[in-house]
Design a protein around this ligand. Structure first.
Ligand SMILES: NC(=O)c1ccc[n+]([C@@H]2O[C@H](COP(=O)([O-])OP(=O)(O)OC[C@H]3O[C@@H](n4cnc5c(N)ncnc54)[C@H](OP(=O)(O)O)[C@@H]3O)[C@@H](O)[C@H]2O)c1
Length: 278
């Protein structure tokens, strides 16, 4: 049985996107992969017709729309859409400029909105498909020193859960993936961004940024294992809406749930105190 699929993956010149694309192509799937520059796709070129490199500006609706049309024209449809492109932004809120904040939301959140909006007409017509949005454990249980990145990833998580509800009746599955720390380019200087302005009172946050840098190359998560997880997900009759990836992510989410649950119980009477009485 040929159960290979057509995939569209954003930000696939390195890291998770590249690892996922490479593994899928090696298993005979067709992969359309976007990057800001197709010159970064050397490793995938030898997969011939299975691979479609796409130079896409994720900040441009038109560029995205054209790339999706090219994908559908070449592959005949899109089965799985993976919104993977993104980058970390460190810094206390006060330290970040409007430019740094908007740029991070543009790439981490609004690009997801644009890609999903432009892809949905194809998926709706097919009455099938699976949208996988890569959020982060930071989009569920924030750490210190990454406020705007967390906010953008919370936005991705929120949108994705809502879409899972709205699109299920149309035959489209949606999954929010929340990775822990994975061994990619994420923590390297050419990927991650930090606040250019610094306020002395927030010096303690630098320790958490330093922790990220010093962990580079030793993160627990193996990006080469993600494609098989996605294959299990898209072939499952009841795919997860939220999938925590990596035991670090899983444990951090469990702790957040336990803390949230006990906090809710403590404040239960206050929560109910605003109801109209009978
Ligand atoms: N690695 C982790 O520990 C970790 C943890 C939680 C969540 N994540 C999320 O996982 C996803 C993949 O990250 P990664 O770990 O694979 O990082 P990576 O190795 O740095 O790769 C990131 C990809 O995102 C794209 N990208 C980065 N900045 C961009 C920008 N300004 N405009 C357009 N595209 C941009 C790049 O695409 P080009 O091909 O155009 O360069 C690149 O291929 C991201 O959404 C990230 O937030 C990662």
């Amino acid at each position: 049985m040929n159960d290979t699929k057509n995939w569209y993956i954003t930000g696939a010149s390195k890291g998770m996107g590249l690892a996922i694309a490479k593994k899928l192509l090696s298993k005979g799937h067709r992969v359309a992969a976007t990057s800001r520059s197709v010159s970064g796709f050397d490793e995938l070129e030898n997969f011939g017709d299975l691979f479609l490199p796409l130079e896409v500006d994720l900040k441009s609706e038109r560029s995205i729309a054209e790339s999706l049309k090219t994908t559908v024209d070449k592959f005949g449809g899109i089965d799985v859409l993976v919104n993977n492109a993104g980058y970390g932004l460190g810094g206390a809120l006060e330290e970040l400029t409007q430019e740094e904040i908007y740029e991070n939301f543009e790439v981490n959140f609004f690009a997801v909105v644009r890609v999903v909006q432009q892809a949905l007409p194809y998926l709706r017509k097919q009455r099938s498909g699976h949208i996988i949005n890569i959020s982060s454990i930071a989009g569920f249980a924030p750490g210190l020193g990454w406020s705007m990145y967390c906010a953008a990833k919370f936005a991705v998580s929120g949108l994705t859960e809502a879409l899972a509800n709205d699109l299920k009746p149309l035959g489209i599955n949606v999954t929010n993936v929340l990775p822990g720390w994975f061994r990619t380019n994420f923590a390297k200087a050419d990927s991650i961004a930090y606040n250019k302005n610094q306020i002395e009172d927030y010096a303690f946050l630098r320790e958490y940024h330093q922790k990220m840098s010093s962990m580079d190359g030793a993160q627990l998560g193996d990006p080469d294992k993600i494609a098989d997880v996605f294959l299990e997900l898209v072939n499952h009759e009841n795919p997860a809406v939220n999938l925590f990836l990596g035991s670090d992510s899983f444990n951090r989410a469990k702790k957040k749930l336990a803390d949230l649950s006990s906090q809710m119980d403590y404040w239960k009477d206050v929560s109910s105190s605003t109801d109209f009485g009978d």
